[in-house]
Design a binder for this molecule. Structure first.
Ligand code: FAD
Length: 497
């Protein structure tokens, strides 16, 4: 019989990091993933020698002494990763139809303010206030600083302010409001729902410093899995969990689709809480809990294009290009109309010093309703109608990209694409939502998920707890493991890095 201290369902970033922490602390750990490749949204794949990322494009605050640098040192993975800093004067460029400027986001608070002030000289004071507010928000979350003098209470005010409303209060200039919200696709922001803290934590940590992973994002998953295996733990692929069972109101095992049972004292789910709770045997679950979680709205999904390029036709860009067809970054609600209307384009680095891009990745929002008619199909078996749909969408998106990059069509060798259905089937996230449960400033606590579920011995981790993204999920893994081992003991260890 397979028996462990901890079984973790899902080898996405959150599951792997929990496995790493707990195996290091002497727990016997087994991580189970449904796919043959681990990583979930940090997976990358190769087509004819070109590496593409399925999700993770760039990450943040990896500079010496910065927060993710410290966490990754604690995890003993920093020196195993190939990392490349993005352009310090423009890691992001915001561009708009009928506007020849590309508005840069620079790294470093002063640099950020100075760069945008060149385009908005009268807004310099407002921009200074903006970056100082971002810092204040970042400084109020204890695990974003590893500072034990900050109380949890310090962050409360930022949970109940809307990001869109906040930006309106920073400046009256509608164009600048749109530009400052330009990283919207990093969180699938909704005008009347997304809290300030989501916008601020992401912008703040990327402004501190922004980095890419040349050679693909999978290296992150592989490096963490290695630490688990070195500590004696297991990471099992092609192991799809379909049932969580037990007796006497205690969860005891995770069962695979072939009937194998993995018994454990603690079970951590890296999946979205809704499919997790749907797998729990009814007699173990608290009435109404699963229903409430199933009803929480999720962030929108993505349509992604992966373009394999002809050699030496398109330069490697050490920044992300965000394009909007109007001065409005809050496009999730209208994503089905006038599609695509907005996209983020980047060139995934293959090596540390690419001069030419071998591939381009273009991401835009896609509501699930667009693909709902293929709901009952699975990857590679969705039929010709779906392939035609994807081809039509690819052409529409490339047409929009051609407005900014007129030669792009002549650079393309081959086109691959994915829809929210692809993400649904590879990561298990409901309706292929990109970032999981959508946070809501009007009722923040209903959308922030506790790591301790209402089922005894079952814990949650991953992007659905407080924050998504690499830093958010890293911090959530500490929060989850802090529910199993003494949190201060764990934090004191991490603070040494
Ligand atoms: C298109 C896109 C772009 C992104 N870009 C960035 C970026 O540039 N920077 C950034 O910081 N963040 C980015 N993110 C967000 C970031 O990648 C995610 O927040 C993070 O990787 C989520 O990790 P996770 O551990 O919560 O779960 P996931 O990555 O969702 O992993 C869940 C895992 O569970 C497994 N699983 C599901 N069901 C089962 C089952 N029944 N049995 C066993 N295993 C199962 C899946 O196979 C998967 O491996 C992006 C996300 C997307 C979708």
């Amino acid at each position: 019989m397979e028996k462990y201290d901890v079984v973790i369902i899902g080898a996405g970033l959150g599951g792997l990091l929990c496995g790493s922490i707990l195996s290091r602390e002497g727990y016997s750990v087994c991580v189970l993933d449904q796919n043959s490749r681990i990583g979930g949204s940090i997976q990358s794949f190769t087509r004819k020698g070109v590496i593409f990322n399925t999700g993770l494009n760039y990450t943040e605050s990896l500079g010496e002494g910065e927060i993710l640098n410290r966490y990754f040192k604690y995890f003993n993975i920093l020196d195993k990763l190939k990392i490349k800093r993005m352009d310090t004067d423009s890691f992001e460029r915001m561009s708009y139809a009928f506007d020849e400027n590309e508005y840069p986001f620079a790294q470093g608070y002063n640099n950020f303010t100075e760069s945008l002030s060149k385009y908005f000289p009268k807004e310099k004071n407002n921009l200074q206030k903006y970056v100082s507010d971002l810092q204040k928000v970042g400084d109020s979350f204890p695990l974003y600083n590893l500072d034990n003098n900050i109380s949890e209470e310090a962050s409360r005010p930022y949970l109940t302010i809307g990001a869109f409303d906040y930006l309106k209060s920073v400046t009256n200039d509608k164009k600048l409001q749109a530009i400052l919200a330009g990283m919207n696709s990093l969180y699938g922001g909704e005008k009347h729902r997304t809290p300030l803290y989501v916008h601020a934590l992401i912008n703040n940590s990327f402004i501190k410093s922004s980095w890419r992973l040349p050679g693909g994002s999978s290296q992150l998953a592989l490096a963490i899995a290695k630490t688990i295996e070195e500590n004696g733990g297991k990471v099992l692929r092609k192991s799809k969990v379909v049932k969580l069972g037990g007796k006497n109101k205690q969860l005891e095992y995770a069962e695979l689709n072939d009937g194998t049972r993995f018994f454990a004292k603690h079970i951590i789910s890296n999946l979205h809480p809704a499919p997790t709770l749907n797998m729990v045997e009814p007699e173990l679950a608290k009435k109404g809990h699963a229903t409430r979680i199933n009803e929480l709205p999720n962030t929108i999904g993505m349509f992604t294009l992966y373009l394999r390029l002809k050699p030496e036709t398109f330069p490697y860009l050490n920044y992300n290009h965000h394009y909007f067809n109007e001065y409005n970054s809050w496009t999730t609600k209208n994503a089905g109309k006038n599609w695509p209307g907005h996209y983020m384009l980047y060139t995934p680095p293959q090596t540390m010093d690419d001069k030419w891009a071998k591939g381009i990745i273009i991401i835009t929002y896609m509501p699930y309703a667009e693909v709902a008619k293929w709901d009952n199909t699975f990857v590679e078996q969705r039929g010709n109608g779906y392939l035609e749909f994807k081809q039509k969408k690819a052409e529409q998106l490339i047409d929009l990209v051609s407005e900014k990059f007129p030669n792009i069509k002549s650079c393309i060798e081959e086109i691959y694409s994915s829809t929210p259905l692809t993400y649904r089937d590879y990561t298990g996230t409901p309706n292929g939502s990109a970032y999981g449960i959508s946070k809501d400033f009007r009722d923040p606590l209903s959308t922030i998920i506790s790591p301790k579920s209402r089922v005894k011995n079952l814990y949650f981790t991953g992007q659905n707890l407080n924050m998504h993204g690499i830093l958010g999920v890293t911090i959530n893994s500490i929060i989850t493991c802090g529910s199993i081992i003494e949190p201060n003991y764990l934090l004191n260890k991490i603070r040494q890095y």
